[in-house]
Design a protein around this ligand. Structure first.
Ligand SMILES: NC(=O)c1ccc[n+]([C@@H]2O[C@H](COP(=O)([O-])OP(=O)(O)OC[C@H]3O[C@@H](n4cnc5c(N)ncnc54)[C@H](O)[C@@H]3O)[C@@H](O)[C@H]2O)c1
Length: 427
């Protein structure tokens, strides 16, 4: 069945959701307050880099099922379902800032048709369906929670092949209507109450953060006891109760979701009278991981990084995305700058004119990046970093020294070429 849907907020989640729902046959209008973004999308320029997204947007627009506007009234008028996909950044006290959600809800409230269903896809604290309902100021409109679990870099395929669809609604009938929007997807469906749906999202992201902090802690032990982290992780992951995913050691976790969502869950728990010490510790382990990477750079150089040029490969928070928000790579580059280094960075998705932070220069060639640098620090797991010419890298560097925080470059090839090497979880 085809429904009229408005998507409010056309970012990573909103644009993907709009394009995919149009692909599933719905009539979708994507709304955003960012007029430049909307104009660019209408010109065929995608604001984010995601596989299949340009094709799905073109398909939807060509079929007359997908349109874009910066006029919120035009966007939501007549829509049966309105999806909120606006940011929920971290507030200074660690909680989720609901300012964008409330402002979006206030702006659409007067223009919704009676019996419209507002679906909150933004990640929000328990109780936010009530906050949205209050901001809408409408008794004839239902609000449900439908958390989104897509991964950047795989956004379209995750949306179209979800591992689960979670809907939190006060009434089962509304929950099933929202679930029906996803009918063409073959995924387990969980219809529950709003509080449980909201908690599922935070509990999922926080669990992923715990898993990554855990494996980074195990990697630190592996380094100390001369164990091989690759084999340790393989052995761990083969246990079906643990699973192999999200078990790669690295420079620390980050991105636009895990840091703010773990912090928000700590606050939600605190407000409810529970001290989530386990999660707080995972955050501390993560912050310490950034320090450990800077220490490794000092180790390979054999002295402080102050006054030295350091080459950095990778700035995005993970491979296959252009997202720099809360990137651990940027955090570590910043720490190197704070320690007095001049950082020169290369990332296949980051243009050389992109401002990153004071003291971080971006170049558009991986070898030029290494020119005269005291060491190379690999921070994002772009697969092409494992295929680059190590002779050229060694010749460009002041001396062949590398810290590979993603274990993406072939260690034995590096050692054959005489590199001083530090990985994560490897002696
Ligand atoms: N990025 C992810 O991987 C991901 C995954 C799952 C859930 N989420 C959650 O989804 C939400 C959105 O995240 P995102 O990464 O898509 O954010 P984003 O910053 O990429 O996009 C948000 C968009 O909302 C627009 N916007 C802000 N206020 C608006 C308003 N009042 N009306 C219309 N548009 C408005 C902004 O201009 C922006 O384009 C967040 O709560 C996030 O936690 C994100």
């Amino acid at each position: 069945m085809s429904n009229r849907i408005a998507v409010v907020g056309t970012g990573y989640v909103g644009l993907t959701t709009g394009a995919c729902l149009a692909h599933l046959g719905h009539r979708v209008v994507c709304v955003d307050v960012d007029e430049v973004k909307i104009a660019q999308i209408c010109d065929g320029i995608m604001p984010i880099s995601e596989d299949r997204l340009p094709e799905l947007v073109a398909e939807g627009r060509g079929a007359g099922r997908l349109s874009f506007t910066s006029d919120v009234v035009e966007g939501v008028t007549g829509a049966e379902f309105v999806l909120l996909c606006v940011p929920t950044p971290q507030a200074p006290d660690g909680s989720a800032d609901l300012g964008y959600i409330e402002s979006a809800a206030r702006s659409i409230g007067p223009h919704l048709r009676a019996d419209a269903v507002v679906i909150n896809k933004s990640t929000v604290p328990v109780g936010s369906t009530r906050v949205v309902a209050d901001a809408l100021g409408r008794d004839d409109v239902q609000v449900v929670s439908n958390p989104e679990f897509l991964r950047e870099g795989h956004a379209v395929s995750d949306f179209l092949n979800p591992e689960r669809v979670v809907v939190g609604a006060d009434s089962e009938e509304i929950g099933l209507r929202v679930a029906a929007l996803h009918l063409r997807l073959t995924a387990p469906l969980l219809v529950t109450d709003p509080a449980s749906a909201e908690l599922i999202k935070y509990a999922s992201n926080s669990f992923l953060a715990l898993k990554l902090s855990y494996v980074n802690a195990v990697a630190a032990v592996a380094e100390a006891v001369d164990a091989d982290i690759d084999d340790v992780v393989k052995g761990l992951g083969l246990d079906g109760r643990i699973g192999a995913k999200f078990l790669q050691p690295g420079p620390g976790w980050g991105g636009s979701c895990l840091p703010k969502d773990t912090s928000a869950l700590v606050r939600i728990a605190e407000d409810a009278g529970y001290d989530f010490a386990l999660l707080k510790q995972a955050v501390e382990v993560n912050t310490d991981q950034f320090r450990r990477v800077v220490d490794k750079a000092t180790e390979v150089i054999g002295g402080p990084v102050a006054g030295r040029r350091i080459a950095v490969w990778g700035l995005t928070f993970k491979a296959h995305t252009d997202d720099l928000r809360d990137s651990p790579a940027v955090e570590i580059a910043r720490r190197l700058v704070d320690a007095g280094a001049h950082v020169v960075a290369y990332d296949p998705e980051v243009d050389k004119d992109t401002p990153i932070a004071a003291g971080i220069e971006v170049v558009d060639d991986p070898y030029a990046c290494c020119e005269g640098a005291a060491a190379l620090v690999v921070l994002t797991e772009w697969p092409q970093f494992g295929r680059l010419d190590l002779d050229r890298v060694a010749d460009a560097l002041e001396a062949p020294r590398i810290v590979d925080t993603r274990n993406v470059v072939d260690r034995s090839a590096l050692e054959r070429r005489g590199f001083i090497y530090r990985g994560i979880g490897r002696t």
